[in-house]
Each structure stands twice: as C-alpha cells, then as structure tokens.
Design a protein around this ligand. Structure first.
Ligand SMILES: [Cu+2]
Length: 155
C-alpha cells in the first residue's frame, strides 16, 4: 500500500514539474512575421501579440478613428498611425519577456488605458498539456486503483 502512495505522490511531483518548470524543448527557428494591429479608441486589436524569440517582426498599425501611436516598452520603439493609414514598425524580438505596448499619442479621455501586450517567448502550453495527459495515463496504469480507494472507503 505504501508503495502505491509513493508512486502517486511521485507522479504528482512530476506533474507539477511538467506544469511549471522550463521545458527542455528546442527553440523554434526564427521567422519573419507580419502582425496587423488595429488601433481605435481605446484599445489595440489584437490586444496581445505573441512572437518567438529571434523573430523578425513587422507590426502594421492601422488606426480606425483618430491618430494613435504604439510604443514598445523595453524595445524603446514607437510608431504613429494617422486615421485610415497603416504605419509599420520593424524589429527583431531579441529580448524575451512580456512587455507593454501602449498608445503614445494622446487620443482621448481614456488614452492612458490604451495598453496592449507583447509576449516574446515560446508557447509551451501544448507540450505541457501533452505531458500532463501522458502522466495521467501512466498513473492509471501504474497504480492499481482498487487497492488505494477501497482501503480509503473502508477507513
Ligand atoms: Cu492614445
């Protein structure tokens, strides 16, 4: 019995590891990406942009109403788009992390809240989900359920 609990607890520890620790998966090859962002009072659409480290990124900022800007925190880059116009901002995503992109043209009362997000990093949720599913399957086979749960109920 004690052995089964030991297996179960070990599997839980491994599960927490899969869910939260950095994964040993190879970095994807950097690609060129063009991302279209619509700016309107008072939001960017999409509000969150995800790229891989090393990607050559072109942000196409289109304003649908008044003049808007986009300032990238940490990269210290900015661009401005006139109404109906497309402005381009090119950069290499060489700094991993989560950064804010904010409007840097006063565009109205709620302008300070016009903030989006740039995430530079690998998207690992697929690998984590696959790992956790495998772990659950492994647990179903490794631990004889009868023995643990019957005993629990019997007290
Ligand atoms: Cu603004």
């Amino acid at each position: 019995m004690a052995r089964n609990w030991l297996i179960l607890i070990s599997l839980m520890v491994v599960g927490v590891g899969i869910a939260f620790l950095p994964l040993p998966i190879p970095a994807p090859r950097p690609v060129e990406r063009t991302i279209h962002i619509e700016a309107s009072q008072y939001a960017f659409n999409p509000g969150q942009v995800h790229v891989n480290p090393g990607d050559k990124v072109t942000l196409e900022l289109v304003s649908t109403d008044v003049v808007h800007g986009l300032y990238l925190d940490a990269y210290n880059l900015s661009v401005q788009a006139d109404p109906g116009q497309t402005a381009r901002l090119e950069f290499t995503a060489d700094r991993p992390g989560t950064f804010r992109m904010r409007c840097n043209v006063t565009c109205g009362a709620m302008h300070p809240f016009m903030i989006g997000k740039l995430v530079v990093g690998q998207n690992t949720s697929f690998y984590r989900a696959a790992g956790l599913i495998l772990l659950v399957l492994l647990a179903l086979f490794a631990v004889p359920r009868k023995s643990i749960f019957r005993r629990e109920l019997a007290g």
